[in-house]
Design a protein around this ligand. Structure first.
Ligand code: PRP
Length: 205
């Protein structure tokens, strides 16, 4: 089987749960992005690209529900994983705290263009989305945005940048993703993987 794992915050938890489930995957080296083990292959990709790899042919991946929602990739999601818990929230500079309902005309910096657009559109609030690729908390700091929609885990990054969380957009957790064709053609292998991961979660170890 071919696995695609996200670089960054979910990598450690992803390797850990797969190892506990009996898949002794080595972390690919810093520059090497593909590693082989026991006839399997593991590749490392940017978190936002994991659902795209799985949709287009990699058998199994791990990604956050935030990324999955933003990408809307057509993949099978058999199981939620017990790590990567955080939330996607709206935050503003502490000098100008107000709810999203009052953000008409605001410039919103985010990596989550689609989610943010839909969130404000459901509220009936017209905003301008400024799509960035990371470190979005810089945008209000330097005055190119009025608010952000971003991941909050400990809240440390918001605090460090003088930002206050004013609304939660969604809860986030890591998910196991399976390619829809592999789900049928590699049914036994996928089933064994899902079963082993479920056991690890139930054991809570
Ligand atoms: C995420 C998010 C915040 C930070 C939140 O960034 O975008 O910057 O983590 O975590 P905290 O509440 O525990 O401080 P990430 O490290 O994923 O990188 P990024 O710069 O690509 O957004």
């Amino acid at each position: 089987m071919r696995f695609v794992l996200p670089k960054g915050r979910l990598l450690k938890g992803s390797l850990e749960i797969l190892r506990k489930a009996g898949y002794n995957i080595d972390r690919p080296g810093e520059r090497r992005l593909i590693e082989r083990f026991n006839g399997n292959e593991v590749l490392l990709a940017r978190a936002f690209d994991v659902p795209v790899y799985v949709e287009h042919g990699i058998d199994v991946g791990i990604a956050g529900s935030d990324v999955l929602e933003e990408r809307r990739s057509d993949v099978f999601v058999p199981i939620e994983l017990p790590f990567g818990k955080c939330r996607l929230s709206v935050a503003v500079p502490r000098e100008r705290v107000l709810p999203p309902e009052e953000m008409e005309g605001f410039r919103i910096a985010t990596k989550y263009g689609r989610i943010a657009r839909e969130y404000f559109s459901k509220l009936g609030v017209e905003v301008e989305i400024i799509k960035l690729s990371g470190s979005v908390e810089l945008a209000p700091k330097v005055g190119i945005a009025d608010a952000i929609v971003d991941i909050v885990e400990t809240g440390e990054t918001l605090r460090a940048n003088g930002l206050i969380e004013v609304a939660k957009v969604m809860d986030v957790s890591a998910q196991l993703l399976v390619n829809r064709v592999s789900q049928k053609t590699k049914f036994d292998e996928i089933n064994a993987l899902v079963f082993a991961i479920k056991e690890v979660i139930e054991d809570g170890t």
